[in-house]
Design a protein around this ligand. Structure first.
Ligand code: 3H9
Length: 680
């Protein structure tokens, strides 16, 4: 099959590009597109050109796997120049997602028509990049400088109806009728003798922002938090400023310079690695495509608490009805009310209709009788984290649930095999470890027990995608992947504050590294009584709890809080820390530099990651990275702990751990000795 085909339909040249899976603009696509455009320009019987794509989407952007390699010609800029300078109108006909270079191709065309379900956007920032085929210069000419900064630095795609309002597309086609409607649109343009609109020539919106540096300063100040530790958003703002300040061709040169700066950055290498890492999690070496997932058309959730309610919402959102079971009517009603409140709050923000709220609520079958889940395809348990209670529940479920239904536990620390062995069908038991809030967090750890059969694993992995989660497969082990490796950071933070650095200094270093908050702010938020409640060991958090300090919710924790929840250093916490240090005989050795704090806290995470790999708990290092980025907000611009460990250098990590008297994992020692790495 050729990549590009040209059909001539009554004077309209219809170019279709078809390069599965997503029509990425790799060299073959660029060549095909270039040739088809040239052929249309040369053909006497073509008066206007419609550019569309086959398969599931319009161009999804540059081929990410080509970055960092020598680029073969023609480059995208050359192809786009031919389109822009065409004497015949070129109309982009968009379905699926027109992203990155795909969106830039669309906005170089003279007109754009899209089906309502299409989305357009410039997500390069998610790869640590900026658009480099004119996106930063043309988009401000279509939507204005401020809107363009939001779109490009945010990277989120925009739905076609909104893109129409913003001026990114000119018309909507009927769903499923793109081809016909685009051809009709092209005819209208010819009949009405509409001008060839070259976006580069449009001045009005960029002129309005000219000579106003305060626009950019204000935007950067507003986003200081989310741009911290990154480079791409700053270069994006500079490029958009250039669109307002410079003539088009000079602006294009500036865009190219700014792109080169980020292209070679560690941030972009990490984010490009991460892009593929997130997609690799679905590949399981011993489970091929021949293992077909089972259909899951109905779900039972046991437990309507915070976790159970959040889990239920995922399925309701995906149109899968949920039977929600609680022990008593009052708890059930509380759970239902929370779900309703969450949906209504989304509706009040304009992100769903009240009708949709009712539809989702109506898809819940509430019950206080376990027998209500007898006929569902999948039961997920989200009850109290105690092995005896879980075993009992699974034995009861085993007795009533239909054969071949999947029984899942949301346990975060317990041994899934023990739970599975409480049933006569351990092969149908799997772990589905959601992260809180379960309706928001994108990570789903799928736990494969010793006896879980392949089809059940395949079903869980595929179901994760249905509910818009990223599944990471884990074997059974205490804390599975994300909780286990990140616990190493908390343990180290606890021992570090005994030596001198304060919680504020530790948290600041971790925040500057790119996490949303440091470990002490986090534990204050979660509640000091929640973390480590099952342990008998004396801990700092435990000592604070004894003083009535439960965190933000009660009397403060490692920090004091004002009524607006702003933290300030706590004298009581300092006293508790000093007492604890004295009891352990730890000497105060004074403050540390931020990079030393980061190394102290995060080298042990890399080490624990190495153990998780060694033990076969995770399939691959990149799965650990995905779990930490999505489960704990590890800053994606560093790639995740294992990619970051490789960036730091494994020998340095081994030395750092040894200097602290920590035994490095064998795999880590081995790789460091051989000059190996986890992710490259
Ligand atoms: C850019 O355009 C820079 C320009 O400014 C400069 C130009 C000069 N390249 O996600 P899926 C693969 S930067 C290569 O599972 P979905 C993906 O790895 C680019 N491969 O499907 C996967 O492979 P596999 C800006 C790509 O339906 C398969 O396609 N564009 C690319 O859930 C299916 O992907 C972006 O950042 C690519 N560009 O989602 C968009 N895209 O099957 C990136 C996908 O072997 N792409 N693959 O695992 C996406 O956001 C999603 O893939 C998309 C489809 C929404 C399109």
């Amino acid at each position: 099959m050729p990549v590009a085909t040209l059909e001539v339909i009554d004077g309209i040249g219809l170019i279709t590009i078809d390069s599965p899976p997503v029509n990425a603009l790799g060299v073959d696509v660029r060549r095909g597109l270039d040739a088809a455009i040239r052929e249309s320009l040369a053909a006497d019987d073509v008066n206007a050109i419609v550019l569309t794509c086959g398969g599931r989407t319009f161009f999804a952007g540059a081929d990410i796997s080509e970055f960092g390699k020598p680029l073969e010609r023609p480059d995208l800029l050359e192809v786009l120049a031919t389109i822009e300078n065409s004497a015949k109108p070129v109309i982009a006909a968009i379905h699926g997602t027109a992203l990155g270079g795909g969106c830039e191709t669309a906005i170089v065309c003279h007109y754009r028509i899209a089906v309502p379900s299409a989305r357009v956007g410039l997500p390069e920032v998610n790869l640590g990049l900026l658009p480099s085929a004119g996106g930063t210069q043309r988009l401000p000419r279509l939507v204005g400088v401020e809107q363009a900064m939001e779109i490009v630095s945010g990277g989120a795609p925009i739905a076609a109806p909104q893109a129409l309002e913003l001026g990114m597309v000119d018309a909507l086609a009927r769903e499923g009728q793109l081809r016909q409607d685009a051809i009709a649109f092209a005819r209208r343009i010819l009949q009405e003798g509409r001008p060839l609109v070259r976006v580069r020539d449009r001045q009005e919106l960029v002129a309005a922002a000219r000579g106003k540096p305060e626009i950019y300063a204000k935007f950067l100040a507003k986003n200081a938090n989310s741009f911290r530790g990154r480079r791409a958003p700053f270069n994006i703002v500079k490029a958009i400023e250039a669109a307002a300040e410079l003539p088009f061709d000079e602006g294009m040169k500036r865009e190219a310079e700014l792109f080169r700066e980020v292209h070679d950055s560690a941030e972009s290498a990490a984010q490009r690695y991460y892009f593929f890492a997130e997609r690799d999690t679905a590949r399981i070496p011993d489970i091929g495509n021949d293992v077909r997932p089972l259909p899951v058309k109905s779900v039972g959730v046991i437990g309507a608490g915070t976790m159970g309610g959040g889990i239920a919402m995922n399925f309701l959102n995906a149109g899968i009805p949920v039977t929600l079971v609680e022990m008593n009517q009052a708890a059930l009603e509380r759970g239902l009310a929370t779900i309703r409140r969450n949906y209504e709050s989304t509706a009040h923000k304009g992100r769903m209709t009240l009708e949709a709220v009712e539809k989702r609520m109506a898809a819940i079958t509430p019950s206080v009788d376990l027998a209500a889940v007898t006929n569902v395809d999948l039961v997920i348990e989200a009850i109290y984290e105690e092995i005896g209670i879980k075993k009992d529940l699974f034995a009861r479920l085993d007795a009533i649930v239909r054969a071949r239904a999947i029984l899942a536990s949301n346990t975060s620390f317990l041994n899934l095999d023990v739970i599975a062995d409480a049933t006569r069908r351990p092969e149908d038991v799997v772990g589905l470890h959601f992260f809180s809030p379960a309706n928001v967090m994108r990570l789903l750890e799928v736990v494969r027990g010793a006896k879980t059969r392949k089809q059940v694993v395949a079903t869980a992995m595929s179901l994760a995608r249905t509910i818009r989660k990223v599944p990471v497969l884990s074997r059974v082990g205490y804390g599975f992947i994300a909780n286990r490796v990140m616990a190493a950071r908390m343990a180290e933070a606890d021992s570090l504050v005994l030596e001198g650095p304060t919680p504020t200094e530790v948290d600041r270093a971790i925040y500057e590294f790119g996490f949303a908050m440091g470990p002490f702010r986090m534990i204050d938020l979660v509640g000091l009584d929640v973390i480590g409640r099952d342990s008998d060991e004396r801990t700092l958090a435990g000592d604070l709890v004894k003083r009535g300090r439960l965190g933000q919710k009660m009397n403060g924790g490692f920090y004091d809080y004002d009524e607006k929840r702003n933290p300030t250093p706590s004298a009581v916490a300092a006293e508790v820390i000093a007492e604890f240090a004295a009891s352990k005989g730890v000497r105060n050795t004074g403050p540390l530099q931020a990079d030393e704090i980061v190394a102290r806290l995060l080298y042990p995470v890399v080490n624990e990651g190495a153990r998780v790999l060694e033990e076969g708990i995770a399939l691959r290092a990149s799965d650990i990275d995905v779990a930490c980025v999505l489960g704990y907000g590890w800053p994606v611009q560093t790639g995740g702990p294992m990619f970051w460990g490789d960036t730091v250098g494994l020998s340095r990590i081994v030395e750092g751990l040894r200097a602290r008297g920590v035994r490095p994992a064998n795999l880590l020692i081995e790789k460091a000795a051989n000059g190996g790495s986890f992710t490259r």
